[in-house]
Design a protein around this ligand. Sequence first.
Ligand code: C2E
Ligand code: MG
Ligand code: MG
Ligand code: MG
Length: 286
Amino acid sequence: LTILMLLGFSLSIALLVWWLLGRPRSMEGELKRALRAREFVPYLQPLVSSIDGKVLGAEVLMRWQHPSSGLVRPDLFIPQAEESGIIVPMTQLLMQTVAQQLSQWQQRLPTGFHIGFNISAVHCRDLSLLAECRAFLDHFPPGQLVLVLELTERELLVATPTTLALFKGLDDMGVLLAIDDFGTGHSSLLYLQQFHVDYLKIDQSFISKIGTESLSEHIVDNVIDLGTRLGLALVAEGVETQAQAEYLRGKGVDYLQGYLFGHPVPLRQFCNERLPQEVTAQPMRG
Ligand code: C2E
Ligand code: MG
Ligand code: MG
Ligand code: MG
């Protein structure tokens, strides 16, 4: 009996150790496999002008096309990918894929089309992003695309000689910097002070309460005021209703994004449906 109890005990310890160590490691292994299999694909969501609703650009949102689970949303795998650092090669693959596919639509891309990527803080620990952005832009004629990097705030990004050199280099290249989910992170205001920021993206948690909760409305108004005083462009995220869009337009927010204007869709579908049709020559009258 003692031997059986001992066996049972050591088995549960082994299970616990497996659960603690094996589970996260298998997720990392699964991400590595998926990276080799190129299962991370770009979905694009339009960025529209608040004045006339014209599509001015798009944000690239990563999706995991899993062989058995189907389409996996980023909140289920990005945090683990950031923890292990594998988000860096995943983002590199995403940028390469978008550059290759989007460059096939060059004739239909409006000049100055904005294309935004979400960049994790781990990706800013060295200068590799500079070469990756250069390679991305080299797929397009100069000035055709405006590359925007959206900094998420799950991890704190601090001003080190490397990050300062990185953002200086990006700025020199004409790459724009956006603060994503503005108002929800602890470092937002520090970012504004330390890095050359071009855009603020007002978080959808504030936008969604426009018209129903005055506190959120005050926060939105104050972010708009801050952005305007600092000469930054403003983007509202998660716009779902006409009333929200009207409110934001009235306050002078330039760019809107949200389900009201379009869900994220595969790159090819976005280009087919949302880029202006090629101007075809009028047929000659004989
Ligand atoms: P985010 O960058 O703030 O992206 C906006 C999220 O809001 C997207 O979720 C988008 O699908 C969703 N959304 C857009 N419009 C609406 C709306 O009107 N209503 C609602 N309820 N939601 C809306 P998604 O695609 O699930 O991405 C979640 C987050 O995952 C992103 O938030 C971003 O932080 C992260 N993420 C996505 N792709 C990447 C990536 O390639 N790299 C990194 N590092 N992070 C990524
Ligand atoms: Mg974003
Ligand atoms: Mg700049
Ligand atoms: Mg956001």
